[in-house]
Design a protein around this ligand. Structure first.
Ligand SMILES: Nc1ncnc2c1ncn2[C@@H]1O[C@H](COP(=O)(O)OP(=O)(O)OP(=O)(O)O)[C@@H](O)[C@H]1O
Length: 347
């Protein structure tokens, strides 16, 4: 494999991060392949941001190693790694123009790097390339205060990619945007990832974002990796009850299993049975309580002594109203079984 092909290959080996008594990262080992788009998800406080700060070099870990392209960078600071990070609040310099914000890091490099730093002409050229890539060409002379939220977010991305990082770390960069802008920004990020070819690691609270954008998904809990794999692997074969309920929205339904442990099924896998219909597979019975219209369907919360559940009705299914008794069947091969400890049972 050539160096160029490997650029941006990340290995985390037994990473630990302690803040006093708090263990933010607990023996995290991960391989993030060059060019992948990895989303890191997990409950609040599980260590997602800490992981990014350690990867970026902003903080040194308490233990373990970070390798980029096969070389240890654990002792290196942020400036020495070809890693760029975009934060949630992306704090642009308010008094600088868009061009000034994007070129800031390069200008610093030029000033301190002397002969190794980029020339003025090279800086201009790179800023224009990046502006072109992000559709900011017409806005280069504006100040951040004269931009929309989505445009500011693109400037923050521009500032990060102008130095051609091989790794781009994104800490909830889309969370300040409203729903429509977020959808556009997601599509833009995917296009950007394709064009710059950098390894992207994205921290997000948004299930949909993680599932739809990432080529790899990593679930953290209490500073530990619970499961990593493709979004499809984690959705279809969650290794624990925790991953099963954390990945996918609405969350997987769980109820006691006859043989002990718990049985799970996705709200979209349930099919409403007509009265008298002979069921196949598992059957859940309940009374509809909350029927939420979602545009493309209906999310129906049902109450049941065996455990409340959610049924996702789609266009063409019968629309439900509160207070209806219903029976739902789920095919056997769509059931997930977990033991008492919450571990997936062998199928
Ligand atoms: N500088 C710090 N000093 C002390 N404790 C910290 C520091 N940074 C993080 N922590 C603690 O480490 C743990 C992990 O924090 P981190 O910010 O990485 O979680 P997170 O998963 O990003 O959370 P969120 O989703 O809420 O942003 C938390 O318990 C947090 O309180």
């Amino acid at each position: 494999m050539t160096d160029r092909e490997r650029a941006g290959d990340l290995r985390l080996i037994g990473l630990t991060m302690r803040y006093g008594p708090t263990v933010a990262l607990d023996d995290v080992s991960l391989h993030i392949r060059a060019g992948s788009f990895t989303a890191v998800v997990g409950p609040s406080g599980c260590g997602k941001s800490t992981l990014l700060r350690v990867l970026s070099g902003l903080e040194a870990p308490s233990g373990g190693e970070v390798e980029i392209d096969g070389r240890s960078v654990t002792g290196q600071g942020a400036g020495e790694r070809r890693v760029a990070m975009v934060f949630q609040d992306y704090a642009l310099y308010p008094h600088m123009t868009v061009a000034g914000n994007i070129s800031f890091g390069l200008r610093l490099q030029a000033r301190h790097g002397r002969r190794n730093g980029p020339s003025r002409q090279q800086i201009d050229q790179r800023v224009h390339e990046v502006a072109e890539l992000l559709g900011l060409g017409a806005l280069l002379r504006r100040k951040p205060g004269q931009l929309s939220g989505g445009q500011r977010q693109r400037v923050a991305l521009g500032r990060a990619i102008v130095r051609r990082p091989s790794v781009l770390l994104l800490d909830e960069p889309l969370s300040a945007l409203d729903a429509q802008l977020r959808a556009d920004a997601r599509a833009e990020l995917l296009r950007l990832h394709r064009e710059i070819g950098a390894t992207v690691v994205l921290v997000t609270h948004d299930q949909h974002e993680a599932l739809s954008m990432a080529t790899e998904l990593v679930v953290l809990r209490d500073g530990r990796v619970v499961q990593g794999g493709t979004p499809q692997e984690l959705y279809e074969r969650p290794s624990t009850e925790f991953v099963a309920t954390f990945v996918g929205a609405p969350a997987m339904n769980l109820c006691p299993d006859t043989g002990g442990g718990r049985l799970g099924w996705r709200p979209a896998e349930g099919r409403l049975l007509t009265p008298g219909e002979e069921p196949e597979g598992f059957v859940a019975e309940g009374v509809t309580d909350v029927c939420a219209y979602t545009g493309s369907g209906q999310d129906v919360l049902c109450r049941s002594p065996a455990g409340d559940f959610v049924l996702q009705q789609r266009e063409g299914d019968r629309w439900l109203t509160p207070g209806e008794m219903l029976r739902v069947s789920v095919p056997e091969h769509r059931l997930h079984r977990f033991d008492e400890a919450g571990q997936r049972r062998a199928d």
